[in-house]
Design a protein around this ligand. Sequence first.
Ligand SMILES: Nc1ncnc2c1ncn2[C@@H]1O[C@H](COP(=O)(O)OP(=O)(O)OP(=O)(O)O)[C@@H](O)[C@H]1O
Length: 457
Amino acid sequence: MSDKPGLLPKLLIVEDDPGLQRQLKWSYEDQEVIIAGDRDAALEALRTHQPAVVTLDLGLPPDPDGVSEGFATLEAILAMRPATKVIVASGHGARESARRAIALGAFDFYHKPVDIDELGLIVRRAYHVATLEAENRRLAESGGAVDKVLGGLVTQSPEMIKVARMVERVASANVSVMLLGASGTGKEVLARGLHNASARADGPFVAINCAAIPENLLESELFGHERGAFTGAVKMQEGKIELAQGGTLFLDEVGDIPLPLQVKLLRFIQERVIERVGGRKTIPVDVRIVCATHQNLDEMKSSGRFREDLYYRLAEIVVRIPALKDRPGDAALLGQYFLNRFARENGCEFKGFTPDAIAAMADWSWPGNVRELENRMKRAVIMAEGSRLTAADLDLVNKIDEAALSLKNAREAADRQAIRRALSYSDGNMSLTAKLLGISRPTLYDLMKQYGIENAA
Ligand SMILES: Nc1ncnc2c1ncn2[C@@H]1O[C@H](COP(=O)(O)OP(=O)(O)OP(=O)(O)O)[C@@H](O)[C@H]1O
């Protein structure tokens, strides 16, 4: 970080004790510290420097042994700049004043005598929340100008925008596309977007989740059946492939198709004709196949559970979709988007999120990705009592995020993010990316393979 004042975030310390002023002034390397000894000086500094975070001693002149001037200063600061995060110092036995300060809008409090490390942590957390809030305000103010790629995909993450642009590009080409990503990352949204951006947009988009259908029924779901083909087949039924005639067939969880059916699917892709179960007639079908899976198909190919020839037919273009936690800012953006949507649908109004909700959303690792976020928002909008959604409404209070706690996962997440950023910065130039990351090109290739990161440039 730069040590030039002016580029550092500003911290205003309101403290009348000269000894403490000196001690605190030199305790923050990462901040430009401004000191004020009373209310007037504090408000003047607030106007001039606009610090995001303020620490405030409640015992200020002319009432250094009481709290009246401290509270008056707190109220004046929040009246002038309501978004300021004020951290209040409370003396011995001053629980009551701490509580009152929080009720008035203070961000947090600390006990005197000062523990510099502890206060440092509170200050850093306050900056973190202030930054997230500022970002949220920016997004809310940008209103409808939020990036909507492919018609319905809400994102502001460069990685995801790249993915969407890639899907738009391949939409018009006659190639098969395989979407790889964890559950709930938006594979179906992208598949639909691809269909809508393609020349087949006037035709049907038919989706089938191969994991959700029992193995013995999957064949007839895909290929259809003739009347009397099996017990219960009381009438002829067209399969999903046939229903997608002239359009796009989205095979979700393609890794769950059993081997015998993989053979039949391959035959269809090669010959472009189907036979319904129990039928003899061959029916020509013109469909484009887009497929998706969260499984590791490379591993399945090696162990013989997924046919290699089918894989290459289905995966002429492979698109890897980043997890929600790897898309900085998207959780807050999508949170706001779902909040607006569900509030509208339920006929209620919300002003947004409380700081603890914003911080909780940024810290949570979203194992269920966008679907989990969508579900938490849906529930919160129905259950919430206040005008802003809290971390408790989102059921994110005191949740032990085991995935985020693991050091290995945290390191991997940091590696992934750094690689994606460097790739994005260098526009996919591998030599430059390796240089930016300070590693060799072979190491970069190894890491990208290990983390399943594709160079989307
Ligand atoms: N970027 C996005 N913008 C808006 N809505 C989204 C976005 N991504 C996902 N969603 C919504 O989140 C939910 C999950 O998305 P989707 O079904 O596409 O995920 P998926 O990867 O196909 O999940 P699965 O693998 O479990 O089938 C859907 O309701 C979808 O509308």
